[in-house]
Each structure stands twice: as C-alpha cells, then as structure tokens.
Ligand binder design. Sequence first.
Ligand code: MD6
Ligand code: FE
Length: 217
Amino acid sequence: MMADLLAGLEPPPAAREEIGPGALLLRGWALPRVDTLLAGVVEVAAQAPFRHMVTPGGFQMSVAMTNCGQAGWVTDRGGYRYAANDPATDRPWPALPPAFSDLAGAAAHEAGYPGFAPDACLINRYEPGARLTLHQDKDERYQGHPIVSVSLGLPAVFQFGGLKRADPIRRVSLAHGDVVVWGGPSRLFHHGILPLKEGLHPQLGATRINLTLRRAL
Ligand code: MD6
Ligand code: FE
C-alpha cells in the first residue's frame, strides 16, 4: 500500500545551497551514481596508481592523487602544471570514465553552467589526518569554465574563502554524495580541506575520495 503510494513519486530534489557567488552545493546529488563513480575510480587507479606528490617547496602532500582525462594535474620540484602523461608511467592518463563526464555535465547544467564538457579529472584520496591547504585552482588554461567537485566516503570540512588569501573563510561540511559546482565570480576563490577526522564509512572505510572535474586545456 505504502510502496504503491511511493512508487510514482520522484525523489526529492537535492538541497541546494549557495556557498559563494556562482558556487552551488548540491547535497546528495551524486548518491544515485556512487557505485558507478567508484567503479571508475578503481579502474583509473589500476592504470595510474594514487601517489603522494611533492610540492615545489619539497613537501610531500598528505593527500594521495591520480588523474584521468586528456591531462592530469601534477606537482614536483619544478612546479604545478597539467601534464599529458602520467610521470609515474610516462603513459597517457587513463580516459575519463563516461560516468564522470556525464555527472559533471548534468551537475553543471543544474547549477546554471550549461554545456560544460570536462577534459580532466583530478582524484584526491584522504586518510584521517590528510588535508589540503588553502589554494586557488589556476593552472587551467582558461578559467572561464566551472569546476565540478564530487565528495565520496568520509565527510570533510571544506574551507571556502575569497579572491584574496586573507579574505574571511566559511566552513562547509561535505558528505558522501555531495556535489559542488563553482564558476563565475567564485572560480578563483581560495579553498582547502581541514585535516580529515577519524571515522569509518560503510562503503569506503577510513577514506575520503574527491573528484574534481575540469576543463584544463
Ligand atoms: C577536495 N577540492 O574537496 C578538494 N578545487 O578534496 C578542491 O580542491 C577543489 O572541490 C577546485 C574546485 C572544487 C574543489
Ligand atoms: Fe582546488
């Protein structure tokens, strides 16, 4: 009886929260596609393993990273850049799984950025204690495109500041299945992730995965 009543109902629209000018948090938006996304991560990591890269200043990052798509974001003593090949294997990065580009296009459309077609995805993997210090994403060739970010696994506290490093910072909790789309005036805002708290996620254990889909080239 109840099941009959519910069968015809659409799922409720994901909660939308504007976290900055042109930056929209779509809570739970990726939940229906989590399994496909995770299968994509496993497939990519089998060809291009997660690694802890070194910053230009010589520090090893606590976040492990890999990439897929036409270009991958890398850092080493020589600086930050996009590279066509994975420096670990000297082969091209694995292709973008269609599930990644489909979700990014649909989420961007939903957030008011129609026609977004990513060509690259940076995959971040956090374990408890791992963090990402305040930074701007500005290594993309043209920064007029938005970035779509998908959070999976353990929750994290996202810091979202402004154009200047010293601007006030808001803290936003990002949970499994949350999607953030940002572009426009917020595209170059400083942001980061506070040290991940201990915890166990039913699907991912003591891990948080973040996908950031971009147009890099
Ligand atoms: C993270 N995200 O959520 C780190 N960058 O683990 C980012 O650094 C990021 O979420 C650009 C656009 C969206 C993001
Ligand atoms: Fe970033």
